[in-house]
Design a protein around this ligand. Structure first.
Ligand code: ADP
Ligand code: TYD
Length: 215
C-alpha cells in the first residue's frame, strides 16, 4: 500500500463530543496563528476535499440505517484517505500548520463504540489506509447535556450523530477521555465548559508550547 510522503509541517486535530466547541476553537486558533504570520490550513472531517465532502453528505444525511456499521467505517475511512491525499499531506509537505476539526479519533469513538465494539476494525483499517496520527490532538472536554443543548441550537440537516442523545454522548465523552490516557504524548485535554475566550487562551497556550518544542 502506497503511503504518502513524510511531511514536515504540524498536524493539529480537535476532538470532542458534538457541541463541545471544536469548530469554534479551531477557527479561533487558525485566526490567532495567521495573525502570528503562520501559514495555516483549516479543514474538517468528514470532508476537507471535494471527494470527501461528497462522502460527508452520504454519511451525515438521510436514513440513519442506510449503512451497516462496517460500511460506515469504510466510508469515513475513504473520505479520510482522500482528504489526506488531496489536502492534508500536500499542506504538511509545504511546511504548513494543518488544523483539522475531527480526525481518526472520531471514528475510533463514533464508529468504534456506538454500534458494538468495532474499535479493532477501525484501528486495522486506519493502519492500512491512513497510517498516521496527528502531532497534537486538542480534546475539548464537555458534559453531554451542555454539548447536546449547544449542538441542537444549530440549524442543520446533518443530525445523525447528534441525535444519539445524552446517554451515548456520555459514553463518547468517557471514550475520548480514555483515548487521551491511551495516547498521552499527543493528547491535551481542555475544559470546554467555560467562556469562549477562556477556552481559546488555553488552546493557544497548549499549541504554542507544542510549536516551540517541535514546530
Ligand atoms: P462543535 O464543533 O464541537 O460541534 P461548535 O464550535 O460548533 O461545536 O459550537 C457549538 C455551539 O456552541 C455554537 O453555536 C457555538 O457558537 C457555541 N459555543 C462554542 N463555544 C462556546 C462557549 N465556550 N460558550 C458558549 N457557547 C459556545
Ligand atoms: P461535525 O461536523 O464535526 O459535527 P459537530 O460540529 O456537531 O461536532 O461532525 C459531524 C458528525 O460526524 C459528528 O456527529 C461526528 C460524526 N463523525 C463520525 O461519526 N465519525 C467520524 O470519523 C467523523 C470524522 C465524524
Amino acid at each position: 500500500m502506497k503511503q504518502p510522503q513524510s511531511p514536515s509541517g504540524t498536524f493539529i486535530t480537535f476532538e470532542g463530543i458534538d457541541g463541545s466547541g471544536k469548530s469554534t476553537q479551531a477557527r479561533l486558533l487558525a485566526d490567532h496563528l495567521r495573525d502570528q504570520g503562520r501559514d495555516v490550513v483549516l479543514t474538517r472531517e468528514p470532508g476537507g476535499s471535494p471527494g470527501a465532502e461528497e462522502i460527508r453528505a452520504l454519511v451525515l444525511q438521510g436514513d440513519p440505517d442506510r449503512w451497516s456499521a462496517e460500511t460506515e467505517i469504510l466510508l469515513f475511512t475513504a473520505a479520510r484517505r482522500d482528504h489526506l491525499e488531496r489536502t492534508i499531506n500536500p499542506a504538511l509537505a509545504a511546511g504548513k500548520i494543518v488544523i483539522c476539526d475531527r480526525f481518526a479519533d472520531s471514528t475510533r469513538m463514533y464508529q468504534g463504540l456506538s454500534r458494538g465494539d468495532l474499535r479493532a476494525t477501525v484501528d486495522q483499517l486506519h493502519v492500512l489506509m491512513i497510517g498516521r496520527e496527528p502531532d497534537l490532538t486538542v480534546l475539548i472536554d464537555m458534559d453531554p447535556d451542555t454539548g447536546h443543548a449547544r449542538a441542537k441550537s444549530r440549524q442543520t440537516s446533518e443530525e445523525r450523530f447528534e441525535d444519539f442523545g445524552t446517554d451515548l454522548q456520555a459514553q463518547m465523552r468517557a471514550g475520548f477521555l480514555a483515548l487521551a490516557t491511551e495516547f498521552p504524548e499527543r493528547f491535551r485535554t481542555i475544559d470546554g465548559a467555560r467562556a469562549m475566550e477562556t477556552v481559546a487562551a488555553d488552546v493557544t497556550r497548549t499549541v504554542t508550547d507544542h510549536l516551540s518544542s517541535f514546530g
